[in-house]
Design a protein around this ligand. Structure first.
Ligand code: ATP
Length: 226
């Protein structure tokens, strides 16, 4: 059976990407390989949680994501949440992707372990399973423990292999450990940039270049000459 004979396998990987880094991008590439995805939509959320972000807009985060992805096969920088009014619930994004790809496509929402631990607090979390599978990626520094609410939400949905996951279009959960886990966080990168420290090899060169050229994440110039 050739690849075109089987239902499409489409991934959604959302985040603040503030900024995108190699932990995101390498995970994206390895996830595509591990699950034989046809495409992975990387989708920045317009409203990151409140934090000290003096000068970086959602459009700039999307532009950095585009620069970071470059011509990487399979990865797509998808700005759909920036073009939508109202709250940026993943549920709405999955609904759109389900409409785009049809009922037979295998739709996979990918999450790092830290984001997965908070899943029970999301908007209508049980409904996510009516639209997609969830694949959880191990992330260094985050243990695979879970709250009672999360365990209840997962119910009997967990499977142990990609093959099992792909037998249905949605509704199951798979935990994966990808080959190259990276202890990189956007928080750490922002902290380094504010202090003027090197971020080389934590994010793609094109992203580092654009951040430097636009002086993103740096403290605003106080104008003091003293
Ligand atoms: P911040 O430090 O600002 O919270 P972050 O580095 O965690 O940012 P996000 O944009 O918040 O990045 O994360 C988007 C998604 O990517 C989440 O599902 C998160 O778990 C996952 N992710 C982020 N960094 C990694 C990493 N190094 N390895 C695997 N998954 C990651």
């Amino acid at each position: 059976m050739t690849v075109s004979d089987r239902p499409a396998r489409i991934g959604m990987f959302g985040g603040t990407f503030d900024p995108v880094h190699l932990g995101h991008l390498r995970s994206g590439v390895e996830l595509c390989e591990a699950l034989s995805l046809d495409r992975l939509h990387m989708i920045p959320a317009p409203q990151p949680p409140l934090r000290d972000r003096p000068n970086v807009s959602a459009e700039q985060r999307l532009a950095l994501l585009e620069a970071g992805i470059g011509d990487t096969p399979g990865l797509v920088a998808d700005g759909r949440e920036l073009r939508r009014d109202g709250p940026s619930y993943s549920l709405l994004t999955l609904e759109e992707l389900r409409d785009d790809y049809g009922g037979d496509a295998r739709l996979i929402m990918a999450l790092g372990q830290d984001a997965f631990l908070k899943l029970a607090d999301w908007h209508q979390p049980a409904r996510l399973f009516e639209l997609a599978h969830i694949v959880v990626m191990a992330r260094p520094g985050y243990a695979p423990e879970r709250s009672e609410a999360l365990a209840e939400l997962l119910g009997g949905r967990e499977v142990n292999s990609v093959a099992e996951l792909m037998t249905t279009p949605q509704g199951r959960v798979l935990a994966v450990t990808l080959p190259s886990p990276m202890r990189i966080s956007a928080t750490g990168i922002r902290q380094r940039l504010v202090k003027g420290e090197s971020v080389r090899y934590l994010l793609p060169e094109a992203v580092e270049r654009d951040i430097a050229a636009q002086r993103l994440y740096a403290l605003p110039d106080s104008g003091d000459t003293a």
